[in-house]
Design a protein around this ligand. Sequence first.
Ligand code: ZN
Length: 305
Amino acid sequence: MSDFLEQIKAFEGRVIGPPAVALDAVNEAMIRHWCDAVGDANPIYVDEGAARANGHDGIVAPPTMLQAWSMRGLGGRTGTTAQDDLLRLLDSAGFTSVVATNCEQEYVRYLRTGDRVTTTVTIESVSEEKQTALGAGHFVTSLQEYRDDAGEIVGTQRFRILKFAPKPKVEPKPKRPRPSITRDNAFWFDAAKEGKLLIQKCASCGQLRHPPGPMCPSCHSLEWGTIEASGRGTVYSFVVNHYPQVPAFEYPLVVAVIELDEGTRFVSNIIGVDAADVEIGMPVVAEFVAFDEDLTLPQFRPAGT
Ligand code: ZN
């Protein structure tokens, strides 16, 4: 057993603080407020006659009020009990979050007005480390025993919490922003998915053009075809982008205008080289990068690397 497990296991069986005597004896006012709050209309809790007609000696308290009689109020926590020590120990080991997981109550007899409850709390068990959906943690079960003036148990409550180390949130890397795909340029992105770098070519005058468009800027023809580029070119111009950083990209980000060997220019990124080593005129070759399942784009790296 690890030292830590041994330390927390040592709390099993320890009593939390001295027996706590209820601030108020079981009384009609608190019972009535409780029944109002939870919407319990059973008359044996508020009507003497109804209680007697059901075999009680007088008004009785709802069994589920058991814990309410022992509550110490907002100022009641001392921070000095064995349970506080145990929770601090778990905090120090990274199990900083807490969630209540189970509450089981057993009722031995009805509480009657005038009963004054005394509560003792024992740390019943501390589990070894468990893997849960919330994160790794230890279950801590405490047993509350409620006694009447004669020292007889009137009810018990087992309360279980999980002290756990919250899982770090893993944010998936955001996808690269989508290009704006239209009927005029869809052919180009479809070809890129297949690893082809196309250049639009006017069917009338033969001029190459990029980016894609419906009309030849030279002869105004609407007829066009494509050629497949060699993928070779040179750096015509570039910038190194540091800010603002968009999460989908790696920085520093080299954004370059590439002059393809065929003559058209093309805006892309330069990869596979330190940003400081990029130069105008540098020979580059296209490499198709699949950023995700539906976006593949040509990027350029220095020729011969
Ligand atoms: Zn033309």
